[in-house]
Design a protein around this ligand. Structure first.
Ligand code: PMP
Length: 284
């Protein structure tokens, strides 16, 4: 496959970075994953906006303009095989001769991007959809979860604890027993036809799928939508629980630990939400 590294499109097996890169030494970088189906990107603009927000948080000035980032994504997709590809972009502060915590002067940010094949999104269907069984844990990550940092150790450990229990995701609650997000997804609940998700703050990543879904639901459905604090008890009492992420879109959760969500069946409102998402996802 062809990857992009420091202004060059090169074969993946020729891509090399310095072990002194601060992405490697400190996890000092940010990343994005952007889906592209048949040449059409989902949420390219919000993904690039979040990339810029992340660079600003790290005080790295963007090596490329929004337009150049968009062109890079398009070119990389065209240089690689596959009808449907995810584009991974990572920017780190770059490398310096010495390992010092302080930002070194005059570093050149390292840009690395590659694509990977993703499955086509199937027609939303209650019977055939992958229904998630998830673990739950206290959220033990840091207090800047709005930054899409490459330093994902906290997320990886939470995810792996789920894997150990036979699950593919772990949902997280803060020390006040309030829902934050999952280790690689945002979380929504539905109760009495009201759709609720935690508000944007430093405890969660501002998911692009979350953003698109909220907009689609507000513009194309009559559901009441709330962004507010959700307690652990509300999650257990919910009629439906969903995960959202760029690769999952909207995914139903049927079991949390030993607790079945409502009847343990995929919900009707999930079907409507994913159907609307599929219909309008390219417009944001
Ligand atoms: N939260 C976390 C911690 C994530 O890593 C991700 C991305 N996998 C999400 C939420 C969902 O974000 P997006 O919809 O932009 O993919």
């Amino acid at each position: 496959s062809t990857v992009f590294l420091n202004n060059e499109y090169i074969p993946a097996n020729e891509a090399k970075i310095s072990p002194m890169d601060r992405g490697f030494l400190f996890g000092e970088g940010i990343y994005e994953v952007i889906p592209c189906y048949q040449g059409q990107f989902v949420g390219l603009q919000p993904h690039l906006k979040r990339l810029f927000d992340g660079l600003k948080a790290l005080e790295i000035s963007s090596p490329l303009t929004t337009e150049e980032w968009g062109d890079l994504c398009k070119k990389l997709v065209s240089l690689n095989e596959g009808d449907n590809q995810g584009i991974y972009i990572q920017v780190t502060r770059g490398s310096a001769p010495n390992r010092h915590h302080a930002f070194p002067k005059d570093t050149v940010p390292t840009i690395f991007a590659f694509t990977f094949e993703i499955p086509a999104v199937p027609m939303p269907d209650k019977q055939s959809v992958t229904a998630y069984k998830v673990s739950s844990e206290q959220d033990l990550r840091w207090k800047r979860c709005q930054i899409k940092s490459t330093a994902l150790l906290g997320n990886v450990l939470h995810f792996q604890h789920g894997v150990r229990e036979g699950n593919k995701e772990t949902i997280l609650f803060n020390q006040h027993n309030e829902l934050t997000e999952a280790s690689s997804s945002n979380v929504f609940i539905v109760k009495d036809k009201v759709i609720v998700t935690p508000p944007l703050d430093n405890q969660i990543l501002p998911g692009v799928t979350r953003h698109i879904l909220l907009n689609v639901l507000r513009e194309h459905s009559d559901f009441i939508i709330e962004e507010r604090v959700i307690t652990h008890q509300e999650v257990l009492d919910a009629d439906e629980v969903w995960l959202t992420s760029s690769t999952k879109e909207v995914a139903p959760v049927i079991k949390i630990g030993e607790h079945w969500v409502a009847s343990g069946q995929v919900g009707d409102i999930w079907l409507k939400a994913q159907t609307l998402f599929s219909q309008y996802k390219y417009l944001y």
